[in-house]
Design a protein around this ligand. Structure first.
Ligand code: FAD
Length: 284
């Protein structure tokens, strides 16, 4: 576990909120905005879920206290989606209300694996109708996403487009890197073409080709409201390049003791991460 933790530390600010805020401070000093996430998913007891709601509210207070530039992003099963839909909705609404009170800050909803897709969209549309400063992640590897995006845009949705990080069945998901990238390009085009002033696009990828495409699309739709979002510990040079071009860039900064599932998804994303882990296990 020690090895894994050392590898994981590149993507994680630490175990405490203070360490998360410290990483936001570092990002802000480089002209990069923050997007804090308390690690945790599939939280099943109401006691733990209620504590999570309080932690996010505390985090929002600390962001305001320290005058930091950061939003927050939360996984639905961390707010109780696998326990009860209405309970989860109430939890999100409490945090959305705190965001609103703290300088009209924004709340993002992460997207988890496909059993939760529709529920998460249902949750999102309800939150969005009360709190317009709320966004949702949509996964380009899911075949349904084009329709989801087209349904969400007229509601004033703020959409973070990601490729998708979970193992999904080929019946519902594109599997090859090329097919996922092709769909990402297609969805990016829909977003930049169809979004209006009520919408917002977060281009959340480290893929240079997708970023170049988004720049072309933004040139053709100069009124688009958008930003780039990338993960802590991935492609820092690309973040700096975009900042120096005058683009708005935000870094997703996770923290907390429950770092394992998130870290495994990050390790799987790049062959060299898997090799690094394998090599360090062999040379132990
Ligand atoms: C801000 C943000 C929020 C996200 N939220 C969600 C979410 O809610 N739900 C969800 O399913 N997924 C989410 N993701 C993860 C996303 O789905 C992808 O798994 C991840 O971003 C890698 O895809 P990519 O677009 O960077 O493209 P890829 O083709 O995977 O990567 C492009 C290049 O980026 C670099 N790179 C990518 N990942 C890593 C890594 N882990 N370590 C080192 N280099 C790397 C490599 O150089 C790679 O060649 C989020 C990603 C970001 C940036």
């Amino acid at each position: 576990m020690g090895l894994l933790l050392r590898l994981a530390r590149q993507w994680i600010a630490g175990e405490t909120a203070e360490q998360g805020l410290e990483q936001v401070r570092k990002a802000n000093s480089k002209g990069i905005l923050g997007l804090l996430n308390l690690l945790g998913e599939h939280v099943e007891t109401r006691e733990d879920i209620d504590a999570t709601v309080r932690e996010y509210q505390k985090l929002l207070d600390l962001i305001e206290r320290d005058h930091l530039l950061s939003q927050i992003s939360i996984k639905p099963t961390q707010m109780g989606l696998s326990v009860d839909f209405d309970y989860c909705l109430q939890n999100y609404l409490q945090v959305a209300q705190s965001c609103f009170e703290q300088g009209n800050n924004h709340l993002w909803i992460d997207m988890e694996n496909s059993p939760y897709t529709q529920l998460t969209i249902n949750l999102y549309t309800k939150i969005l109708s009360k709190f317009p400063n709320t966004g949702i992640a949509i996964q380009a590897y899911l075949k349904r996403s084009e329709q989801d995006i087209k349904d969400l845009i007229p509601l004033g949705a703020k959409i973070r487009l990601v490729k998708g990080a979970y193992k999904e069945d080929p019946n519902i998901a594109f599997k090859s890197k090329k097919d996922v990238s092709d769909n990402y390009s297609r969805l990016l085009t829909v977003l930049f073409t169809e979004c209006t002033q009520d919408n917002f696009v977060a281009v959340a990828t480290h893929d240079r080709k997708m970023i170049e495409l988004s720049k072309d699309l933004a040139r053709k739709s100069p009124k688009s409201k958008y930003e780039y979002e990338m993960l802590m510990g991935v492609r820092d040079n690309l973040k700096s390049d975009l900042v120096s071009e005058g683009k708005q860039v935000r870094e997703y900064i996770p923290y907390g003791p429950k770092w394992l599932p998130y870290s495994i998804r990050r390790i799987r994303e790049k062959k060299s991460n898997i090799l690094l882990l394998a090599r360090s296990l062999v040379t132990q």
